[in-house]
Design a protein around this ligand. Structure first.
Ligand code: GUN
Length: 295
C-alpha cells in the first residue's frame, strides 16, 4: 500500500505558485487577485473561506473577502457579482455555498462571468469541460486529476468506478477520466443511490473514487486486490480520542481497505488539501488569461 500524500503535494504546488508569483512581481506584472463572497456565519463556510484567504497570502496573491449578513437581498448579491465581473483588479472570484434559502444559488452562479468563475460552477465552464475545451475545472475533480498526475497513476484503459453523482465531484470527475486525455482514457462507471449490484461493480474497478458522503461506506470486501482508492468524503463525527472532541472520517473504511490497495488517499490529508490548491491554480490561470485569452 502506498499512501497518496495530498498535503505534501499541495505544499509543493503552493511553493511552485509562490515562485511564479515572485517572478510576476519582479517583472512588474499583475499580482493574481482572488475574491470570495460569503453570506452569513455558517461555520464550515467560514473555515473554508479562512483557509482560502490564508493560502492566497502564502503564495503571494491578493485576496479580498466580501461579507453579507444572512438577510441580504438577492438583488444586492447579484449587483455585487456584476461589480466583481467588471472589476479589472479581480482576476477570479467565488461565491461560497451554501447560500441562505431565499437566495437562488443557481441564479447567482449563472450571473458570474465564466471568465472569472474560478470555482468552475458556471454551466459554460462545465459545458466547455464536457466537450474538451479549456475551462475552469472545479476544485475537487481538478485536485484528484493533479494527484493522479503527480503519482503517475495509469488511467488509460483502466476500469474506474465513481460512487456519487454530485455536480461538483462525481459527474465532472467521471467525464474527465473518460476524456481522450492523460490522465483520462479510462472506462468509467458512474454509480449512485439507485445502482443495482454496487458491490459487484466496485469489485471490478482498478480505480475507485468514493464521493457519496457516507462515512466509512467502502469496505474491504467491496474492492479487488491492488485497486487504487480515492476518498473524497469528509464527515465530522464526535470522538473522545481527539483534543477537539471531533474527528474526520472519509467515505472509505481506511484501515481495512488500505491493506488491499496499491494507492490510497487518507482523510484528512488526501484530496482535501488539494482543493484549495486547485482554486489557486485556477486563479493564476485567470490572471494570465490562459483559459479565456484576453483581447
Ligand atoms: N462550499 C463547499 N465547497 C465549496 C467550494 O468549493 N466552492 C464554493 N463556492 N462553495 C463551497
Amino acid at each position: 500500500m502506498k499512501l497518496i500524500d495530498g498535503k505534501k503535494i499541495a505544499n509543493q504546488i503552493k511553493e511552485e505558485i509562490a515562485v511564479e508569483v515572485e517572478q510576476i512581481k519582479e517583472q512588474g506584472g499583475k499580482i493574481p487577485h482572488l475574491a470570495a463572497l460569503i453570506v452569513g456565519h455558517d461555520g464550515a463556510s467560514e473555515t473554508y473561506v479562512g483557509h482560502k484567504e490564508k493560502a492566497c497570502i502564502q503564495v503571494g496573491f491578493n485576496s479580498t473577502v466580501i461579507r453579507y449578513e444572512d438577510d441580504v437581498a438577492e438583488d444586492t448579491l447579484l449587483r455585487k457579482v456584476y461589480d466583481l465581473n467588471n472589476d479589472p483588479e479581480i482576476d477570479g472570484f467565488i461565491v461560497q455555498l451554501p447560500m441562505p434559502k431565499h437566495i437562488s444559488e443557481q441564479k447567482i452562479i449563472e450571473a458570474i462571468d465564466p471568465k472569472k468563475d474560478v470555482d468552475g460552477f458556471h454551466p459554460v465552464n462545465l459545458g466547455r469541460m464536457v466537450i474538451g475545451l479549456p475551462s475552469y475545472v472545479s476544485a475537487t475533480p481538478a485536485g484528484i486529476i493533479e494527484l493522479i498526475k503527480r503519482y503517475n497513476i495509469e488511467t488509460s484503459g483502466k476500469d474506474v468506478v465513481v460512487i456519487g453523482r454530485s455536480n461538483i465531484v462525481g459527474k465532472p470527475i467521471s467525464i474527465l477520466l473518460g476524456q481522450k486525455a492523460n490522465p483520462g482514457n479510462a472506462t468509467v462507471t458512474l454509480t449512485h443511490s439507485r445502482t443495482k449490484n454496487l458491490k459487484e461493480i466496485v469489485s471490478r474497478a482498478d480505480i475507485v473514487i468514493a464521493a457519496l458522503g457516507a462515512a466509512e461506506f467502502l469496505t474491504a470486501d467491496m474492492i479487488k486486490d491492488g485497486a487504487t482508492v480515492i476518498d473524497v468524503g469528509i464527515t465530522r463525527v464526535k470522538s473522545d480520542k481527539t483534543k477537539s472532541g471531533w474527528k474526520l472520517l472519509g467515505d472509505v473504511k481506511f484501515d481495512e481497505v488500505a491493506e488491499k490497495t496499491e494507492y490510497i488517499t487518507p482523510v484528512p490529508g488526501g484530496v482535501g488539501p488539494m482543493t484549495i490548491v486547485s482554486l489557486l491554480q485556477n486563479t493564476l490561470k485567470a490572471s494570465k488569461g490562459e483559459i479565456y485569452p484576453r483581447l
